[in-house]
Design a protein around this ligand. Structure first.
Ligand code: ATP
Ligand code: MG
Length: 293
């Protein structure tokens, strides 16, 4: 299975939001990272076929998804960035209703609802009105909804926003097991969500996909560019305006500061093992804009 964007552009009035995206995705997990307003949701909504490109095409196995229509949408599970719940629905009602919309057969729907409610940790809460769920619980209900019909293409827009650390780990496990022979595309601001599980990580900015690499390739790129240095807390207040700092932690009455820098920033700085988050900060916050393209 192959999903392709072919020179996809999107304008809102005169504003160009996606500036000609061409890429091909196969099976596996694809992570989509980028600052607020980069165009992640716009791209995702087009792949979910709820928004049409202004120009360009999206192809599923070589066929335009506009021509495939319902046949394409039947292959998709989609979690929008903002889902609002209203009315008198329990969690179970919501999932049953979603299953009916997807045309799922009743017995299978019942079985899937049970399986998924257990795996996202909502089994005990299915009887409760979902408008009374916490933000993280509503997010997990949305994830279960997207997974219901075993879609071949699973598209999740910030699935982990609001999830606590334990639930985020459970989510990662569900997704990496799920993606074995399917395509999962997820956007997130939590870099560690995709670091371990994504086969390819896309970094998007100003309507362009600037980079597509494996997590390992990003980390490799950062070797020799991440430093640890200790300094007193009051010096840090000034220093943080002159440097890209990826982390700070208290250590022996001092602050240990993690700095992104091409060359050793202080004589006593020591090199650190890079992470994907360091690469993100390097690409979006360290390099001047013209050097990023
Ligand atoms: N319906 C709309 N009308 C006009 N402009 C829009 C519309 N939807 C999005 N935009 C603009 O398109 C750009 C990209 O928005 P998009 O929601 O795709 O970004 P994003 O990468 O998902 O950001 P975030 O990380 O905040 O979710 C932004 O400048 C946004 O203001
Ligand atoms: Mg978004």
């Amino acid at each position: 299975m192959e999903l392709q964007l072919d020179a996809v552009m999107k304008n809102y009035k005169s504003k160009q939001v996606l500036k000609g995206i061409t890429l091909t995705m196969g099976t596996g997990v694809y992570g989509l990272l980028g600052p607020n307003g980069a165009g992640k949701t716009t791209m995702i909504r087009m792949l979910a076929d709820v928004l049409r490109p202004t120009k360009g095409r999206i192809l599923y196995d070589g066929k335009d998804i506009r021509d495939l229509g319902d046949a394409y949408r039947a292959k998709i599970g989609y979690l929008p960035q903002d889902v609002s719940f209203y009315g008198d629905f329990t969690g179970r009602d919501y999932l049953e209703y979603s299953a009916a919309l997807k045309g799922m057969e009743k017995a299978r729907a019942k079985r899937r609802i049970e399986e998924l409610a257990r795996s996202v940790g909502l089994w005990e809460d299915l009887k409760r009105n979902c408008t009374a769920y916490s933000g993280g619980m509503q997010r997990r209900l949305g994830i279960a909804q997207a997974l219901l019909d075993d879609p071949e293409i699973l598209i999740l827009d910030e699935p982990t926003s609001g999830l606590d650390p334990h639930e985020r780990i459970k989510f990662r496990n569900i997704i990496s097991a799920y993606a074995k022979d399917r395509l999962v595309l997820l956007s997130t601001h939590i870099v560690s969500d995709v670091e371990q599980i994504a086969a390819q990580i896309m970094m998007m900015e100003h309507g362009h996909i600037r980079h597509i690499h494996t997590g390992g390739e990003y980390v490799h790129m950062m070797e020799g560019r991440v430093w640890l240095v200790e300094m007193p807390a009051d010096r840090l207040v000034d220093f943080q305006n002159q440097a890209v700092i990826s982390n700070v932690r208290a250590k022996d009455g001092c602050m240990e500061v993690r700095i992104i820098e091409e060359a050793k920033p202080f004589p006593d700085a020591v090199q650190a093992m890079p992470t994907l988050e360091d690469a993100y900060l390097y690409l979006f916050n360290y390099l001047p804009e013209k050097a990023r393209r």
